[in-house]
Design a protein around this ligand. Structure first.
Ligand SMILES: Nc1ncnc2c1ncn2[C@@H]1O[C@H](COP(=O)(O)OP(=O)(O)OP(=O)(O)O)[C@@H](O)[C@H]1O
Ligand SMILES: [Mg+2]
Length: 401
């Protein structure tokens, strides 16, 4: 079938919905809600979360999944497993018997669109279905997003700076609908594009060497795309070439990218040339990534001082990664926090399974391992950067408002 005809027919049928519900009353309500919306491609099955995975065609996962968690002893684990099976494109709605804000928050942090407490009427389900499937263009807008520059820098090599920068960029475009550019400022050794299974484009070096010539057309031609709203600027310059970029290059790069994108994410190497210092100086958020080793503690403190002096108006976030990895010489979180004289903003667990899935899939970590513990923490980080941290979602207001 031609693409346009396919799209037209799927618009007519509504999204592919799979609902796995334990009780008959709610099953009937779900069927009525889907029918009322004119969604003919809806499968409403009996059974809860335990049977949900069997109802999914992995080659063609549903666009919307409604899962009943009443049978789950660990609802978060059940949802995480389902996310792994469906992949990141499926919107998940959960339903259950437990009215608990802690559970609600956990499910939201996993990326669940909403959690409804039984009993639910077909009207409530219909509303939740429509809300979950609203597209980018008809989602209620929070107004134009303010432009934002986020800089990731590692206290040490290999702490996961690139992994976190790519993951955050993916979440900002996937969960928060931002138009994102991800820039790898290590033009010699950077592996950001590679980590997303992309070949770096050509032109970043020229743009940085000649800020006076840089405009959005030049940058657009230098970019490679992970998706419509996530572009990557990276390079693989010969090691023989010594590269030198001025502070002006930083200002121009940010100004030009800000014309077309609302979230810029920079992966900054620790060589700290004038251009990298310039980028740090322009940051709204400097995210210092560290592990919990003594060496990283020393360099975290030094980077905090540097960020304070270069960027007094920006926020600084300290994010520990690889937490719990015995081989990294950890001194323990509380000792590390005593050493930095404050608290870490985020602690992302060492998650070998998620890292393997990320590397094998050539995708950002939350896309490759949506249900992992690392993704839960990364969602907290993205939420904080998106300014959503303290805002309860509609569902929560419905319960406690
Ligand atoms: N939370 C995590 N759990 C397990 N492995 C991780 C985690 N975060 C990153 N990794 C792995 O650590 C390795 C280094 O990651 P990454 O390349 O992001 O580090 P980096 O700090 O950018 O390194 P470099 O200093 O070379 O730029 C990769 O193999 C990545 O998959
Ligand atoms: Mg890196």
């Amino acid at each position: 079938m031609a693409k346009a005809a396919k799209a037209a027919s799927s618009a007519k049928e509504g999204p592919r919905l799979v609902a796995c519900i334990a009780d008959e009353v709610t099953r009937e309500a779900a069927s009525r809600a889907a029918a009322g919306l004119g969604w003919s491609d809806a499968k409403v099955r009996s059974g809860g979360s335990a049977s949900a995975a069997y109802e999914i065609d992995r080659k063609r996962p549903p666009q919307l999944m409604l899962v009943d968690l009443t049978d789950a002893t660990d609802p978060a684990a059940a949802v995480a497993e389902l996310i792994e099976v469906c992949g990141p494109q499926t919107r998940i709605l959960a339903i259950g018997a437990v009215n608990d804000v802690g559970l609600f928050r956990t499910l939201m942090s996993l990326g669940v669109a909403d959690y409804l407490v039984k009993p639910v009427s077909s009207e409530l389900l219909s509303e939740a279905f429509s809300r979950a499937m609203r597209t980018e263009t008809d989602r209620p807008d929070e107004g134009p997003h303010s432009k934002q520059v986020n800089v990731f820098i590692g206290a040490r090599g290999g702490v996961g700076t690139t992994t976190l920068a790519a993951a955050t960029a993916w979440l900002m475009r996937n969960d928060y609908r931002r138009r994102v550019t991800l820039v790898d400022l290590d033009l010699h050794f950077g592996n950001l594009a590679l980590s997303l299974d992309l070949e770096p484009g050509r032109g970043l070096r020229e743009a940085l060497e000649h800020p006076e010539r840089t405009d959005n057309l030049l940058l657009a031609s230098a970019m490679v795309k992970e998706s419509e709203n996530l572009s990557i600027l990276a390079a693989e310059e010969p090691l023989e070439d010594q590269l030198q970029f001025s502070r002006d290059a930083a200002r121009t790069l940010v100004d030009v990218l800000n014309q077309d994108y609302d979230c810029l994410i920079f992966d900054v190497p620790r060589s700290l040339d004038p251009m990298s210092r310039g980028i740090i100086g322009l940051a709204d958020n400097v995210i210092i990534v560290t592990d919990l080793s003594l060496a990283a503690l020393r360099d975290t403190l030094r980077l905090v001082d540097l960020a304070k002096s270069l960027c007094s108006g920006g926020n600084r976030l300290l994010v520990a990664n690889h937490v719990g990895a015995a081989h990294r010489g950890e001194i323990g979180r509380s000792e590390f926090e005593r050493g930095i004289g404050g608290q870490l903003d985020m602690a992302i667990p060492f998650d070998a399974k998620a890292a393997v899935a990320t590397a094998r899939g050539g995708r950002a970590l939350p896309a490759a391992a949506g249900g992992s513990k690392a993704t839960i923490e990364l969602r907290q980080l993205a939420s904080r950067l998106a300014g959503h941290e303290a805002k309860p979602k509609a569902g929560l207001r419905r319960w406690f408002g």
